[in-house]
Design a protein around this ligand. Sequence first.
Ligand code: ADP
Length: 501
Amino acid sequence: MRIVHLSSEFAPIAKAGGLGEVIIGLSRKLVRLGNFVEVIIPKYNFIDSNKLNNLEVDLPDFKCLGHSNTMWKAGVEGCALHLLEDHHPAKYFQRDEIYGFDDDIARFTYFSRAALEYLRLKNEPIDVLHLHDWHVSLCAPLVKDLFKDLMVKSVVLSIHNLEYQGKCAVHDLDLIGMNGAEYLRAERLMDENPNFPHSINLLKGGIVYSDAVIPVSPSYAKEILLPEFSFGLQSTLKKAAHKTRGILNGIDTTIWDPSKDKSLVSTYSLETVTKGKQKNRESFDLDLHKRPWVGAVTRLVPQKGPDLIIEAIEKTIELGGTFLLLGSSPIAEIQEQFNQVQKKYQGNPQVLLNYNYDDQLAHLIYGALDLLLVPSRFEPCGLTQLIAMRYGTVPIVRSTGGLKDTVFDCDDPSVAVEKRNGFTFADFTKKSMCSALERAFHLFRTDPTSFHTLIRRGMQSDFSWKKPALEYQKIYAQTSMKSKAPQKTLKERIDRLADTA
Ligand code: ADP
């Protein structure tokens, strides 16, 4: 099958969180399964071209809405990575960050349309156009309406986070050459919120117009049908239920491999995990005797439970452990809260608070921790608990979304014994979180054998892309078989070749 992913991220060159990792991990696996995989992302300013093999111009100059663009291409892990460089006066992607600009709507709607203009010029049949999140959701209505001539058999949308939807005005659609008013209808892109009857919702467009909708875990697929998790799209999601199916993300087991990880001071396997972690801990300027080491590697946004993380820092110190936090907040008030915590614990050898985005340090932290805390309010899939388990770090998670599908409490009699691999708590409260933390401390200190059993179960689990990629492949096959997309006849193709010769 020929599969084209459209995304705003691609790890490691353009990664803000889990999305970038998912795109490379899934693509790599799909290539191994014999598919031809292409990925199109914006050519951000900060992308280090030296990290890309054979980067070359693919199409030097093509137009989108009268503006020039250049498409670049590079081979990455067997897939063709395309990078769209815009020459728009607003310099949409000549920025130092992926997100967070006032014109994000204009940037990504432009990217969506320009990517389709490129595919139109390439004029090659595509089995699946796979869209990821709101940034490229507009491609679904565009393909079905303005780009009907594209030979795309099916459009699949993965929802990595329903919280971000790309809400905008009718005028924003006009700006990229659509008749915005046409889409302001309940059965099209009109936002469901009755207080904003003139709003367009790009993610809704993706849900309505795609042939399949994939939330990134089975539990999240169920939860988003409830008012508290649907972020206002309950009715749209209910209508799309017949074509919706949750598929759990995997992790890229070549990037995340404690036995080969170059970012670790000491690599290790299940047999050497205790010694290896000890060596990794020695590289930090912290008290090695205050155990267990607990930590979190996360964006500090309300979804991730920042208040619970602060509480966990306090509780860990009180219980005589050590806490390592790697993460920062795009929200000033939350960052300020953490700055206060930083001040309070300045110089304390039981605490490391690092507010940068640091991939290498993240690896080292996973390789040093005993316990990883993920106290999310909601979690579409979550990768950090999967990475942690692969690194022999026992997760403590709030039971929601993908966390619920991957972490099973060691004291839960309703779960088969061999499946139990961590600590979970149900309520999004400090009390509930602290009680799980205390149970983890207790097991760590009083029953090392049972604690090691949890480490073993995590390290022996298969969180690779093998199973999820096969599930995606099944959806691709089902949706593209039903397709009524235009397919060029041999004569049409020969005529076109003659035209371009
Ligand atoms: P998100 O909602 O942010 O996508 P996930 O759990 O799906 O959450 O994925 C987060 C990914 O980003 C993980 O690979 C994690 O290690 C990484 N990450 C998060 N914060 C940082 C940081 N400050 N520095 C380095 N890596 C980070």
